[in-house]
Design a protein around this ligand. Structure first.
Ligand SMILES: Cc1cc2nc3c(=O)[nH]c(=O)nc-3n(C[C@H](O)[C@H](O)[C@H](O)COP(=O)(O)OP(=O)(O)OC[C@H]3O[C@@H](n4cnc5c(N)ncnc54)[C@H](O)[C@@H]3O)c2cc1C
Length: 331
């Protein structure tokens, strides 16, 4: 890897600068005094997305903490550089043409966990937005904290789960949230209580440039063995009903109506197991679009459109993607 297409720190190695975005030098000047995190120039988003497809982002940046994130967001605002935040990329599909601007990733270093007992017997558990949900669920189980068992087996970060209001088996993140520390596009922090955040179906109502930096759940004390058993059961159900060890983003479409899950509509339209090239409607669960070999984002979108058309013709119902499509000019 060289400095342009690989990992580098601010201010180091000027080689190949011609390939960098026009704002790179100004950005470098703004950041050099405080930055101690990592960044990548011109980097394939395939590395940061569960589908392992997508073109390059002009820059991918990994802030280490809240203060650094705030200064970064302020710098980007000053230079009018577009940006978006990601967690583990388990619910995104990035266009082959790539992304302009900066992708901010709250990664493993953006993680801490703590608990505070409350007078009413409940426990407030606080996590930084970059913690993985797997770690959060494991930690809660070890601590004897009940409430997040439904999330056992959901990949991704706790920040991503909050923005997506992720859920399974009748539970969803919004139901256990106590408050969220949100950073806006000016780099300013505000703490929002649960009642001030509207959680919808696989979404929250905050504007795109809002970052969930710290999430507090209200959980209950419980028996560790019982919590562990519930998690095991949910992971077992997942393995039984959904394709595992395949390349996917989980459920591709939102369920349009409670009694009409997307998977059933796709199955009824005759597409279960349908394949175009290396992109396939899972033969285990029809709401999973899986990649079975080398494929492009355009090919995944091609199958998505085919499914939408077929289901529309068969049932008159439009399927909306749950997976976030990033950088597609025509979608
Ligand atoms: C095998 C598999 C199974 C899955 N099963 C489920 C399931 O059962 N239920 C379910 O709901 N989902 C499921 N998913 C989808 C996905 O795991 C969840 O939506 C997850 O919560 C996304 O987290 P992430 O960190 O990967 O988010 P990303 O994919 O990185 O981002 C998703 C969206 O959230 C935004 N975002 C990310 N982090 C933040 C942040 N800190 N602040 C503000 N916005 C942010 C991004 O901009 C983007 O719009 C599954 C995915 C896979 C691959």
């Amino acid at each position: 890897m060289n400095a342009v297409n690989g990992r580098m720190t601010w201010g180091k190695d000027e080689a190949g600068r011609g390939k960098l975005p026009v704002w790179a030098d100004l950005f470098n000047d703004l950041m050099i005094d405080f930055w101690c995190g990592e960044m990548l120039w011109n980097t394939s988003m395939a590395e940061f997305s569960a589908y392992r497809v997508g073109g390059t982002a002009e820059a991918v940046i990994f802030p280490l903490g809240i203060q650094e994130l705030s200064l970064l967001v302020q710098g980007l605002r000053k230079l009018d550089v577009p940006w978006l935040v990601l967690g583990r990329g388990t619910n995104i599909l990035v266009a082959d043409e790539g992304l302009r601007g900066v992708v901010i990733i709250l990664g493993r270093d953006f993680c801490s966990m703590e608990r505070n007992a409350q007078p009413d017997g409940s426990v407030l558990a606080r996590f930084k937005g970059g913690c993985s949900m797997a770690k959060v669920v494991k930690w809660c189980t070890e601590q004897g904290l009940s409430g997040l068992e439904f999330a056992a087996g959901i990949p991704g970060s706790v920040g991503g789960a909050t923005a997506m209001n992720s859920g399974a088996w009748g539970g969803q993140i919004g139901d256990v949230i106590y408050s969220v520390m949100i950073m806006d596009s000016k780099g300013t922090l505000q703490s929002k209580e649960r009642k001030d955040i509207h959680f919808g179906y696989r979404s929250w109502n905050e504007p795109e440039e809002m970052i969930a930096v710290e999430i507090v759940f209200r959980l209950n004390k419980g028996d560790k063995a019982v919590i562990a058993e519930k998690c095991r059961k949910n992971v077992g159900l997942r393995k039984k009903q959904q394709p595992t060890n395949v390349i996917s983003c989980g459920s591709f479409f939102k369920n349009p109506l409670p009694d009409k899950p997307a998977g059933r509509l796709i199955e009824e339209s005759g597409l279960k197991g349908f394949k175009i090239g290396n992109v396939m409607v899972s033969d285990k669960h029809a709401n999973f679009i899986v990649k079975t070999g080398e494929a492009t984002a355009a090919e995944i979108v091609g199958l998505m459109r085919h499914i939408q058309n077929r289901v529309w013709r068969h049932s008159g119902i439009h399927l909306d993607p749950e997976v976030r499509l990033l950088g597609f000019a025509d979608l």
